[in-house]
Design a protein around this ligand. Structure first.
Ligand code: NDP
Length: 266
């Protein structure tokens, strides 16, 4: 044909096709209204799952997600719950039980990023970042345990940063590295119950945060990060979602305790 061969950029911009069937699976995803979490929620809903997700503060992103889920169709719920607050987590899990009954998949995605030189890092900021990125998955997993059963899958969103290290993010990388230990121990504690526990560790993913930057700043950041990856480009939320679908499905029935890096080869 006269059509030019597709370029790597064409392929990247088209998005990926996900054929995993999760019809009827009951799923809770924390922090699903923006960025990677939103990509995960939409991919799970399109795969046929019933999804409960939560967010921390009201925004246009919440309404946007509700509309997109309504367009996909199915049994989905978007709830307000700060996962760093134990009482809010208890209410979230109770509401999830009331709406879905039990859980086949739990995705701990909610997280906050922060950039502060270590020498100036205030204890409050250390605590805020540890609370949301490490303590929240502990709270959510522990509270949701009675809803999980043989064959259930727990997936937590970690970060490539946990093993490569990043300046100005000692608190963030410490929290994300903590998730590796949490995952490895739960692999052994929950394995006998038939519950799998894994991490997905994204590299640099283009989320709405990037859209806030000026064109010059965006170009500078993109060039810097592109150069760090083997594939020469940044990732997209749906590419992280692809790894989550794999770990949520029976395709990964014998995979537990793993960290699946989704980073284009950093
Ligand atoms: P975003 O800031 O784009 O989105 C975060 C989502 O989580 C929002 O829906 C936000 O809701 C929600 N959230 C944040 N804190 C809480 C909370 N305490 N309780 C409930 N919901 C909360 O983040 P990303 O998509 O960039 O990141 C998602 C995950 O991926 C995080 O764990 C992050 O560490 C990890 N990650 C991201 C990378 C990237 O390049 N983007 C790279 C590696 C890891 P609200 O809008 O209400 O605040």
């Amino acid at each position: 044909s006269d059509d030019p061969a597709p370029t790597r950029t064409d392929h990247h911009e088209k998005g990926i096709t996900m054929d995993v069937d999760l019809t009827g699976k009951r799923v809770l995803v924390t922090g699903g209204t923006r960025g990677i979490g939103r990509g995960i929620v939409l991919a799970l809903a399109r795969a046929g799952a019933k999804v409960v997700t939560c967010y921390r503060s009201d925004s246009e992103a919440v309404e946007g997600l509700v509309k997109e889920l309504a367009a996909i169709g199915g049994d989905h719920h978007v709830l307000k719950a700060d996962v760093s607050d134990p009482e809010a987590v208890a209410r979230l899990v109770d509401e999830t039980e009331a709406r879905l009954g039990a859980l086949d998949v739990l995705v701990n995605n909610a997280g906050v990023i922060s950039h502060v030189p270590f020498a100036e890092l205030p204890l409050d900021e250390w605590r805020r970042v540890i609370d949301t990125n490490l303590t929240a998955p502990f709270l959510v997993i522990q509270k949701a345990l009675p809803l999980l059963r043989e064959g259930s899958s727990i997936i937590t969103v970690g970060s490539r940063a946990a093993v490569v290290g990043i300046p100005l993010r000692a608190h963030y990388t410490a929290a994300k590295a903590g998730l590796i230990g949490l995952t490895r121990s739960l692999m052994k504690e929950l394995g006998p119950k038939g519950i799998r526990v894994n991490l997905v560790a994204p590299g640099v993913i283009e989320t709405e945060e990037f859209e806030k930057a000026s064109p010059e700043e965006l170009e500078r950041v993109q060039t810097r990060y592109r150069g760090l990856t083997g594939m020469g480009r940044l990732g997209r939320p749906d590419e992280v979602a692809g790894a989550v679908l794999f770990l949520a499905s029976d395709l990964s029935a014998y995979v537990t305790g793993e960290t699946l890096h989704v980073d284009g080869g950093i």
